[in-house]
Design a binder for this molecule. Structure first.
Ligand code: 13P
Length: 257
């Protein structure tokens, strides 16, 4: 039973002071479990100070986004090159980036490469829209997003990639995907990875689920065959709820042994 990866995506929440208090609370209350890796993704503004405060043996940091060029005249952007050393992971291609900020496949592909070039681990988010789900096109959507996001990634680099399956219609809606559908989507993803990078890569790649996960629902998802963890939005904003989910990840590993 592999280590579970639990990532809290704070999105555009928690001010500098709130984020620091949260981290303080989390570090005080969290139990160190060898079988769970905990990551939080705060806003970009707070990353510098949180990186000084965090005990990286307990909690790792992720950025929610990055720009793909390493420097230049790109007003308002933060390059992966500047995140190097501050964070271990960077979320790439989150559906809010794809649909609210109109990021295209090419942007996402270049961001994956920029993250790898700068020694960060990309968490590549993929997932179908409601329309694609309704039309029965989930597998095609996942296939296209994987193919395009991972183009130009070498087999060696692929070791550092995490995939997050986040159905667009399940994000922040309170409606999470049916566990049987998540299991099917994970199988589809592994099959595609096998075609791209071989059998070993397809069994070893870490795949997370995200979309309206709550403390109550977490165990059902952590038990899904082939799942390696969760990417949590709303429920990660409360340190107590986030810790409850981490404990569930630890327990699910013990049950699975
Ligand atoms: P919610 O858990 O709030 O649905 O958000 C999921 C998500 O987008 C994580 O990246």
């Amino acid at each position: 039973m592999g280590k579970k990866l639990i990532v809290g995506n704070w999105k555009m929440h928690l001010t500098m002071q709130e984020a620091s208090l949260y981290l303080h609370k989390l570090m005080k209350m969290i139990s160190s479990h060898r079988d769970v890796e905990t990551v939080v993704a705060p806003t970009i503004l707070t990353l510098q100070s949180l990186s000084l405060q965090v005990n990286r043996r307990l909690i790792k940091l992720a950025a929610q986004n990055c720009y793909w060029r390493d420097y230049g005249n790109y007003t308002g952007e933060v390059p992966a090159a500047h995140l190097r050393g501050l964070v271990d992971y960077v979320i790439v291609g989150h559906s809010e980036r794809r649909y609210v900020f109109q990021e295209r496949d090419r942007d996402i592909r270049l961001k994956v490469q920029a993250a790898l070039r700068n020694h960060l681990q990309p968490i590549l988010c993929i997932g179908e829209t409601l329309q694609e789900k309704t039309l029965g096109e989930t597998a095609d959507a996942l296939h296209d997003q994987l193919l395009s996001g991972l183009a130009n990634v070498t087999a060696d680099e692929f070791d550092r990639i995490v995939i997050a399956y986040e159905p667009v219609w399940a994000i922040g809606t309170g409606e999470s995907a049916n566990p049987a559908d998540v299991r099917r989507a994970i199988k589809t993803i592994r099959r595609q990875i096998q075609q791209l990078f071989g059998k070993k890569a397809s069994t070893e790649v870490r795949i997370l689920y995200g979309g309206s996960i709550t403390v109550e629902k977490a165990s059902d998802y952590l038990r899904i065959d082939g799942i390696d963890g969760l990417l949590i939005g709303g429920a990660s904003l409360d340190a107590y709820q986030f810790i409850d989910i981490i404990e569930k990840a630890h327990n699910s590993n013990r049950e699975g042994k």
